[in-house]
Design a protein around this ligand. Structure first.
Ligand code: G6P
Length: 362
């Protein structure tokens, strides 16, 4: 049928969409660059961001995980405090707000009902709103004051991949441009760093056969799997676990490395797969300590580290990118590993049971 034709030679949309990721980053750089070659966002949006004393990021699922990373971007680059909330919780339990909040809705589809009910409520309260979405003209885009587009192209597979990468890139650009415009000290060129990240993503996409091997090695027979990281790697471990459970039905949990000892370590048995991310220099030793703790208890640890922080026994080393952009790169092997785990278990990769691409009921 027509939708199959769009897949071309790909067996699944998810595989096609993961392969498109380096191109998506390059497209975003292009779309957010002016004639003088500088990164920009729309003036009105920039003003709204600079006027806010606090940003409230509201989202669901994978978009929520992108929001957690976005908080780091806005706090580190733009020096604006940020709260990140799950849409379905926020609307029915609105916390005390700052004096000049700006609400940012992150939604691939722009149609998620949980997010929309928050938009409706905060608009009634008179607060400014910005939607970051892949779909121009979507409900959340039409109803918010401002929109930033992801330019990722249609995402068909239920498990979100390229939209997450696009959300990170657009959040980074918005935070960076705001910070620059406020005169904040920012000691790197984001455009260059995003281009480096696009190349790093490409090299991971090109190593998919190796990622299939890793998937077989760690996930072939397991019933559960854990993902650990610290700092920004923690947010990626949440997304890695979500990807795996969504499409392979393996029970997966992502959490902060330091929390292991406060509960989850009780679940580690001989052979339990634990994926550990090591991309953040300040916490590299701490997370390696956590890996030792699980290995001592029999875990089958798969360390994914970044060049420069790598050690001899690491299972995968990803190319070096800017410290803030590591999620765009480290998530990619986790996406592929999940894809192959689902494929090898005979699961319906693009249309997992019980899930919908966009959920239009609360
Ligand atoms: C659904 C999808 C998820 C997605 C979430 C939020 O649950 O299955 O993949 O992350 O909705 O969707 P949105 O379009 O708002 O980003």
């Amino acid at each position: 049928d027509a939708s199959d034709a769009e897949k071309g030679t790909y067996p699944h949309y998810m595989l096609k969409e993961m392969d498109e990721q380096p191109g998506v980053v390059r497209k975003i750089i292009q779309q957010y660059t002016n004639d003088a070659g500088e990164l920009i966002v729309d003036e009105a949006i920039l003003t709204a961001l600079k006027n806010a004393d606090r940003l409230y990021i509201i989202a669901a699922g994978t978009s929520y995980h992108a929001g957690l990373v976005g908080k780091q971007y806005f706090e580190k680059l733009a020096c604006i405090p940020v709260e990140v909330h799950i849409s379905s919780e926020f609307g029915y339990n609105i916390p005390l707000l700052s004096e000049k909040p700006l609400f940012i809705f992150i939604s691939q589809s722009g149609e998620t009902a949980d997010s929309r009910q928050v938009l409706v409520k905060v608009k009634k309260m008179g607060h400014p709103t910005l939607t970051i979405t892949n779909v121009a003209g979507s409900t959340l885009s039409r109803e918010a004051d401002y929109t930033l587009l992801l330019h990722a192209g249609p995402e068909i597979a239920v498990a979100s991949t390229k939209a997450y990468i696009a959300q990170l890139a657009v959040l980074a650009i918005a935070a960076y441009v705001t910070g620059k415009s406020k005169g904040n000290q920012i000691d790197f060129d984001l455009k260059t760093e995003l281009a480096i990240a696009a190349n790093a993503i490409q090299s991971i996409v090109d190593s998919k056969e190796e990622l299939h091997k890793i998937s077989k090695e760690y996930l072939e027979t397991t019933r559960n799997a854990f993902f650990i990281g610290r700092n920004i790697d923690y947010y990626v471990s949440l997304e890695g676990a979500l990807k795996l459970k969504e499409i392979s039905y393996i029970q997966a949990e992502g959490f902060a490395g330091g929390e292991l000892k406060h509960g989850t370590i009780a679940l580690i048995e001989k052979g339990t797969p634990v994926f550990a991310l090591v991309t953040q220099e300040p916490v590299a030793l701490n997370i390696r300590g956590n890996v030792k703790e699980v290995v001592t208890r029999g875990a089958n640890a798969c360390v994914i580290s970044m060049e420069g922080l790598d050690e001899h026994d690491d299972r995968l080393v990803i190319p070096k990118v800017h410290q803030l952009l590591t999620p765009m790169v480290s998530v990619v092997p986790l996406q592929f590993i999940s894809y192959y785990a689902a494929l090898d278990r005979g699961c319906d990769v693009d249309k997992p049971r019980n899930l919908a691409k966009s959920v239009t009921v609360e």
